[in-house]
Design a protein around this ligand. Structure first.
Ligand code: UTP
Length: 472
């Protein structure tokens, strides 16, 4: 219990701010109440000012591309020994060694949805929210393997309460709340072009979530890693909240990660072949024999466009943010004193700020500040042998990022329908298609019916009437 008075704490905080040339943060503080002052003090106390100074004294650039950059080796979609790797993965699932881990702490600014992204209606016909899509997959996995899959779900301080309320209001979509652990990620202050931390309102520092890479330290800080260990969980199946077609728990991928000779079992990743040189996805590369992701903006045009003898892109392995990470690996790279701290990337953004002159909060028209984010794939740098496995874009990459256009609910819905149609066709159904090859109508297959196309084989699928909506 604290013994200092609020005045003493405030004095200490002011001294810290002065020392780090952030004294302006007390502007307007005399106009707010005691509760607000207390929360301001807590905000300041939680900031690592040395870290901020280090970050603002660099431009955040990646520091050039190394000369020994090579494409990362990729395990093909149907690898040799596929059945035995799948069985190995299934054994781990059955033994309760695998948990699901969803990162849902982002702000979803591009989508512009009023609420956590996971509450967004994602399926093309019934509009199931993203959280429900994953919950139903996990329910089906549990049923199949006779287990109760732990589900770790990272929120942020900005959407934690709303996310919890959503799950509560929906009876956790049939999940046992005891098997779910929600925890907020860390935040970082935003700074202006002079390295001065921005105020959102008097006594309120402008902060934003510290990136999906912040998920690793949030797992450690929240006690989730200990929780996992105490339950015998050894690996986390990591996916992002905005991809409704992800296979939340994929036995083959897990088996490859844990037992393939080219994997150290620390962190493995899925890739899809890039469709064009300029596609805006990170690319799996190998640097000094280690797998790494190079952001599309950092990959020089010459390398991005380079082709192999058969004309395909040399750097073709696009990152789709699906990984499996070992719990022990996350513990190692997040332990106190660890020298494996992940870097922060700098993102120029429009950050609403409070202007002491006008006393108003200003929403800028152009980027006015920098936010700091960690990226989860940067953890690959600390992996001895990072395995990259190829998957199919239609099969498991239909992200919802934007309100319209590419990577929107509409494009994702089309991909979900296309996947369902392919599953049905492989199981012997007739699917009406338009002249351009797209499905004439919409289809939704629930996780209860099938988790993959293989599950439909041998089942009698309902008829699909051209132009109709089919849910089964
Ligand atoms: P994005 O990079 O697409 O960001 O996140 P976003 O916040 O969802 O959307 P924009 O950029 O503001 O429009 C990819 C995934 O990483 C999670 C998101 O929730 C999403 O699942 N994420 C991102 C976090 O969990 N925390 C973060 O700090 C950032």
């Amino acid at each position: 219990m604290r013994t200092e008075s609020i005045t003493e704490r405030l004095d200490a905080v002011v001294a810290i701010l002065e020392k780090h040339r952030q004294g302006h943060l007390t502007n307007g503080l005399d106009s707010v109440g005691t509760t607000e002052v207390e929360s301001f003090i807590e905000q300041v106390e939680s900031i690592d000012f040395d870290e901020i100074e280090t970050l603002t004294s660099s431009d955040g650039s990646a520091g050039g591309i190394p000369e020994d950059l090579e494409p990362a080796p990729v395990i093909p979609r149907h690898p040799k020994g596929e059945a035995s790797f799948r069985s190995a993965g299934e054994a781990l699932i059955r033994q309760g060694e695998i948990a699901a881990f969803t990162v849902a702490g982002g702000q979803g600014t591009r989508l512009g949805w009023n609420g956590p992204k996971g509450t967004f209606p994602a399926t093309p016909i019934t509009g199931k929210p993203l959280f429900r899509v994953f919950a139903e997959q996990l329910n089906a996995i549990d049923e199949r393997y006779g287990i109760e899959t732990p589900w770790y779900l990272m929120t942020s301080p900005l959407n934690d309460a709303a996310t919890r309320a959503f799950f509560r209001d929906n009876n956790h979509f049939g999940r046992n709340p005891e098997s779910m652990l929600l925890f907020p990620q860390g935040v970082m202050p935003a700074v202006d072009d002079h390295g001065r931390i921005l105020l959102e309102a008097p006594g309120v520092i402008a902060v934003s979530p510290d990136g999906h890479g912040g998920s690793l330290r949030a797992l450690a800080r929240s006690g989730a890693l200990e929780h996992a260990t105490s339950r015998g969980v050894k690996h986390l199946s990591y996916f992002q909240v905005d991809n409704p077609t992800v296979h939340a728990i994929d036995p083959l991928f897990i088996g490859l990660h844990a037992t393939h000779p080219t994997s150290s079992g620390e962190m493995s990743s899925k890739m899809v072949p890039k469709v064009a040189a300029g596609e805006k996805v990170g690319v799996f590369c190998s640097i000094g024999g280690r797998t790494q992701v190079i952001e599309y903006s950092d990959l020089p045009t010459e390398q991005a466009g380079a082709t192999t003898e058969d004309g395909s892109l040399r750097f073709i392995a696009g990152s789709i943010a699906i990984h499996v990470l070992a719990v022990d690996f996350i513990k190692r790279i997040t332990s106190a004193g660890s020298e494996t701290a992940m870097p922060f990337h700098h993102a120029r953004k429009k950050v609403p700020f409070w202007d002491p002159k006008s006393g108003e909060t200003v929403t800028p028209a152009d980027p006015n500040g920098t936010k700091f984010e960690m990226f989860v794939f940067d953890a690959l740098e600390f992996v001895e042998k990072g395995l990259v496995y190829e998957t199919d874009r239609v099969e498991e990459f239909a992200p919802i990022k934007n309100a319209e256009g590419g990577d929107s609910a509409e494009s994702s819905g089309r991909l979900q329908t296309e996947r369902a149609a392919r599953w049905m066709e492989a199981a012997g159904s007739e699917i009406a298609r338009n002249d351009d090859g797209t499905v004439h109508g919409q289809i939704e297959v629930t996780s209860e019916t099938a988790l993959t196309g293989t599950d439909l084989v041998g089942q009698s699928c309902p008829d699909f009437a051209p132009g109709s909506d089919l849910v089964f």
